[in-house]
Design a protein around this ligand. Structure first.
Ligand SMILES: [Zn+2]
Length: 372
């Protein structure tokens, strides 16, 4: 009798243990995700790219922001290997083409492989699946990162050809600089008219778009003829552009959307070895991260991924740096470096982004989560 009771007790203990939820390496985020009630799979994906935003740039922004960033609200963190097909140090074109198309290619390539053949991007796949898409950047819309999602050209410097190639990808909303590559072209063609003909509401850089209604299914907003100014010199549109693009894409949103938002000029501060420039762009980017996280936490069906294409400047935060007062920078180069960069994720499917992997895997994970 005693033996029977003992074995029943043992059985009960084992059943109890077996029913415990599995705690993977870091239980906290999973619990957070579960508690927040996110959908199983994402309906929408928002990819935010801090160009040149390595860990030192993030840290500098954090220490100059009372030791706090919205990035800390992200649930999962991974590391991405950024090397290009032809160089351990990538440029933004190969870097963006890697996570836009899932391929390693040569530096300077926009949406093409090492044979210069076009490769479909995650944005184009979303379009093919009836989804809405958007591109928002603090640089010309034809610049390496945004262009790699919507154009296929063998060189990042061929802005007029990139503009033409982008006309073949019906992005639903695009906000950025670079109007001149549409209407002040060497070939004298006015591609703003082509945009209008294909149903776009075109808002040019002389108009105050912030208070304008978006009245068409497709919208192209030009915030500058060429490059927008740095945040510290008065460029203030990126946050509003991010919020209004999300609002626009989420309106009557049946099939979901894909949106890429780039903090383009963190990189330019790195190239200039200018720590104030880096910190000011990083803080603006993180401020927008906060806005997008607020949306994701309310929406429950949107996956937010935040990463960089590479680190810029080989930045170190040296002795004599003081919290919230000054960063004493050390720079090893005025170009990019090959160090891995962080990948942050929140929302449905976010846990797939922990670990260490190639930058191309970001494309694979998005494609799998969308079910393409
Ligand atoms: Zn760069």
């Amino acid at each position: 009798m005693k033996k029977i009771i003992q074995s029943i007790l043992v059985l009960l203990v084992f059943t109890f243990i077996a029913c415990q939820p599995d705690t993977d390496t870091d239980p906290q985020p999973k619990t957070v995700q579960k508690k927040e009630g996110y959908a199983e799979k994402p309906k929408n994906i928002i990819l935010m790219v801090g160009d040149g935003m390595g860990l030192p740039q993030i840290t500098a922004g954090m220490y100059m922001n009372k030791n706090k960033l919205n990035l800390e609200r992200m649930a999962y963190i991974g590391l991405s290997k950024t090397h290009a097909a032809d160089n351990l140090v990538t440029d933004s074109a190969a870097g963006a083409t890697a996570f836009a198309c899932g391929i390693k290619t040569y530096n300077g390539a926009i949406g093409v492989d090492v044979q210069k053949k076009p490769v479909k991007t995650i944005l184009e796949l979303a379009e093919d699946n009836g989804m809405k898409t958007g591109l928002v950047a603090a640089c010309v819309i034809q610049h390496a990162t945004p262009a790699s999602f919507a154009a296929h050209v063998d060189s990042r410097h061929k802005y007029e050809e990139i503009t033409e190639s982008m006309l073949n990808t019906p992005v639903d909303i695009m906000i950025g600089g670079g109007q001149k590559h549409f209407d002040e072209r060497v070939d004298k063609r006015n591609l703003l008219d082509s945009l209008r003909k294909s149903g776009y509401q075109v808002i040019d850089s002389t108009q105050k778009w912030q208070n304008m209604d978006f009245t068409s299914e497709k919208v192209a907003v030009f915030t500058a003829s060429v490059q927008p100014k740095p945040f510290s010199q008065g460029r203030k549109y990126l946050k509003k552009a991010a919020n209004r693009s999300i609002e626009f894409l989420n309106k009557e949103n049946e099939k979901g959307f894909f949106l890429m938002i780039e903090g383009s000029q963190i990189d330019w501060g790195g190239h200039a070895n200018n720590i104030d420039y880096v910190v000011s762009e990083m803080k603006e980017f993180d401020d927008i991260v906060g806005e997008v996280i607020d949306f994701v936490e309310k929406d429950k069906e949107t996956l937010l991924i935040i990463t960089a294409d590479h680190e810029t400047g080989g930045l170190a935060i040296n002795p004599k740096s003081m919290m919230n007062q000054k960063i004493e920078p050390g720079w090893t180069t005025d170009y990019h470096t090959a160090t891995m960069v962080p990948v942050f994720a929140l929302g449905p499917g976010a846990k797939d982004f922990k670990g260490i992997y190639e930058n191309t895997a970001i494309f694979d994970k998005m494609k799998k989560l969308y079910g393409f």
